[in-house]
Structure formats: structure tokens, C-alpha cells
Design a protein around this ligand. Structure first.
Ligand SMILES: *Cc1c(COP(=O)(O)O)cnc(C)c1O
Length: 386
């Protein structure tokens, strides 16, 4: 018997506190970037241990602003992973640089340091690792590589709130690091993002992110504000609003509780699927603490009569929502055509893409939901053994 109600893949978890805070913001009449955004930046920086934080309207804006602040542009190359969302790579195109892809590690699907080293050229200016599914990328070898060649590192931490690598919290170091508060992420501001890093770089990023203006609107219009500002570069319009920050302040307070439930769900999935030879469960390196944004199961095609797409249809027929993270960058028409990519150019990303499916993983899931997912997965496997 399939479950009666469709189990959504990743609905947001919004409580009465967030709703009341948004209403409060609307009543204060300060609805754009203002005191709540400032407070959110401060609390977020403290949470991850960052020197400074800049709240923006998306993680994509954070990545774009980071590359711009580092002066990366035409003629430059940025090395990143094919196993990511398009915006990681789109921002490299936005600054006029060339994205260079390096394949991923077969176990955790993050940027492979050896393959990264193999594509460094005299034009390489930065590495852009993604903490895939919340699992930190191999930061020590990537940092060593960056130091050898004088490269910057920008981290895509859209999934990595909160994650640790060798006891260091992602977002706490010297690298500009972009987090996402998109509706499906570990916490949300509906749309939103945060860029963390050294104070001097974050100050520069702040100017770039708001029209290139030397001072922000809050300072201009607040009591005692001054009308004068100067445009020092043709910046963007990437600021977070106090309405979004109202959500963020409460989501951040609840994040530990959200994470606790994510870990319980992951433990239940791991225990249930560990003994199934047709499934490969996600792994975690001993030096890593994943944020467990995604639970990405991989099918072992040689053990099954059905392929991934049919597996997803079978789950859907049992009212289980799923997703695929990600369609590798080199398969998308824009990148395929511009750079002449073939699927097998990045064989690890491609082969894993073909057999991956992300199961529901969010704080809404109760024990019965988790049991339904497990039962459906195992039932489909048993009904379709090769
Ligand atoms: C969601 C996501 C982004 C983009 O985040 P936005 O806040 O929607 O801009 C970037 N990279 C990865 C890996 C993501 O999953």
C-alpha cells in the first residue's frame, strides 16, 4: 500500500516565530536592508566563526560578488566541479572568465584534488570547490595547490551549513565562502545567501553587491543619515532585505534542531540500506562532518533490471518525492556546445549522475515518513533484481 499523501522532497520549515518577525518588520516600515539584516549578519558570522559576513539575495550573488571582489575576469580560468548546480559555473561566465572543470572523487563526489592539479595553467586564478551534499571538499590538498600556484579559493557552501573539515567550520577560514538560504536548503530566507570571509574582502564585496556605492542606504536614511555617497565601481543589486533577514534570524536559531532531525533521518536510512547490495549509501570521510543537506543514494546498475529514471518513477508511484543532484554541468547545452564537452570527459561525475537519486531529507519527516521511504526503496529493489 503506497502512503496516502505525497511526501514532498524538501519543503521549507517555517514557524510562527518567523511569521511574527516578518510582520514586525513590515510594521516597522524598514523593509529593505536595515537593522535586522545587520543583526543576521552578526549572528551568522558568530555561528560559523567567520571574521565578517555579508547578507545577499542569493548564494549565486555571493559567488558572483566573490569572484568580482577577487578581480577575476576575462583571460582568467577558474577550476570547479561538474557535479554542482549551474550557478556555480554560471558566475564564472558572468565575470568573463573561463570555467575549467575537474572531475570528482568517486566516494563523496567533491572536487578531486589530483584532477584539479592536472588542469592548472598559467591562466588559473581561482579554485571553486563545492561542499557537495554538505560534505566538505578536500580543503587541505586544494589549499596546498592554491598556495603553490598563488590561486584564490572561493567555496560554494550552499549545502554546507553547518559542516566541518578537520574540526574547522566551513565559512570560518580565509576563503570567501557563499551559503544559500534558498527554500530547499538547510535553513531558508525564501531567497537569500551569505558571503563570509576576511573583513577587508567582505567590505569590498559589500560595495560591489550594492551598486558600487560607498555607503549603504541604511546609513543614508537612518536618523542622522547623510545624503552623500559615491559610486566607486559598477556594482550589482544583491542586497538582502529585512523581511528575508526576519526569517533568517529565527531559522538560524532553529538550525541545531533541524540538523538533529536530519542526522536522525540519515542514521535511519544508513542502517536500513547498508545491507542492500543493490544500493550504495553516501559516505562521510573520517575528517569530515557533513551538513547532510542531501541524502544521495546510488544504485548499482549491475544488480538491478531497472535504471535510475524508472526507480524514480516507482518511488513517485509510491508517493515519495525525490530529486537528482546534479545533472553534471558538462551535459547542459550551453556548456556542452561552448566547450565541446562529451559526457565521458568527466567519467566519475557522469557515471554517478546516471545512478543517483536524492531521497527526502528535511526536518518535517516523522518516523512514519522515514519508514515509508525505506519500505518503498527496498520494495522497488527486491521487485527489480537483475
Ligand atoms: C542552491 C545552490 C546554489 C545557488 O543558491 P541560490 O541561493 O539559489 O543562489 C549554488 N550552488 C549549489 C551547489 C546549490 O545547491
Amino acid at each position: 500500500m503506497p502512503r496516502a499523501a505525497y511526501l514532498k522532497f524538501s519543503p521549507p520549515f517555517i514557524g510562527e516565530e518567523e511569521i511574527a518577525e516578518v510582520v514586525d518588520t513590515l510594521r516597522t516600515e524598514w523593509i529593505t536592508t536595515g537593522p535586522k539584516t545587520k543583526r543576521f549578519e552578526g549572528e551568522f558570522a558568530e555561528y560559523v566563526g567567520a571574521e565578517a559576513a555579508l547578507a545577499l539575495n542569493s548564494c549565486t550573488a555571493g559567488l558572483h560578488t566573490a569572484l568580482t571582489a577577487l578581480g577575476i575576469g576575462p583571460g582568467d580560468e577558474v577550476i570547479t566541479t561538474p557535479m554542482t548546480f549551474a550557478s556555480t559555473v554560471n558566475v564564472i561566465e558572468h565575470v568573463g572568465a573561463r570555467p575549467v572543470l575537474a572531475d570528482v572523487l568517486p566516494d563523496v563526489l567533491t572536487l578531486d584534488p589530483a584532477r584539479t592539479a592536472a588542469v592548472v595553467t598559467a591562466h588559473t586564478k581561482a579554485l571553486l570547490p563545492v561542499h557537495f551534499a554538505g560534505h566538505p571538499a578536500e580543503m587541505d590538498p586544494l589549499t596546498a595547490l592554491a598556495e603553490t600556484h598563488g590561486l584564490a579559493i572561493v567555496e560554494d557552501a550552499a549545502h554546507a551549513l553547518p559542516a566541518q573539515y578537520k574540526g574547522r567550520t566551513i565559512g570560518a577560514g580565509h576563503n570567501l565562502t557563499a551559503f544559500s538560504f534558498y527554500a530547499t536548503k538547510n535553513m531558508t530566507t525564501s531567497e537569500g545567501g551569505m558571503l563570509t570571509g576576511p573583513a577587508a574582502l567582505i567590505d569590498e564585496a559589500r560595495v560591489i553587491s550594492l551598486h558600487g556605492m560607498s555607503r549603504d542606504a541604511w546609513k543614508r536614511y537612518d536618523t542622522g543619515g547623510n545624503w552623500f555617497y559615491e559610486v566607486v565601481c559598477p556594482g550589482y543589486k544583491y542586497n538582502m532585505t529585512d523581511i528575508q533577514a526576519s526569517l533568517g534570524l529565527w531559522q538560524l536559531r532553529k538550525l541545531a534542531r533541524f540538523q538533529e532531525r536530519r542526522h536522525e533521518v540519515v542514521a535511519a536510512y544508513q542502517a536500513a540500506f547498508a545491507g542492500c547490495d543493490a544500493l550504495e549509501t553516501p559516505s562521510e570521510h573520517p575528517e569530515a562532518a557533513s551538513a547532510w543537506h542531501l541524502y544521495t543514494l546510488r544504485l548499482r546498475p549491475e544488480m538491478l533490471r531497472i535504471e535510475r529514471d524508472q526507480f524514480i518513477r516507482e518511488l513517485h508511484a509510491r508517493n515519495i518525492g525525490t530529486s537528482v543532484h546534479f545533472i553534471p554541468i558538462h551535459l547542459h547545452p550551453y556548456y556542452r556546445e561552448k566547450y565541446g564537452f562529451q559526457p565521458e570527459d568527466f567519467p566519475v561525475a557522469y557515471a554517478n549522475y546516471l545512478r543517483m537519486v536524492s531521497l527526502p531529507l528535511n526536518p518535517h519527516l516523522d518516523d512514519a515518513d522515514v519508514a515509508d521511504v525505506i519500505e518503498a526503496v527496498l520494495e522497488i529493489v527486491e521487485a527489480n533484481r537483475a
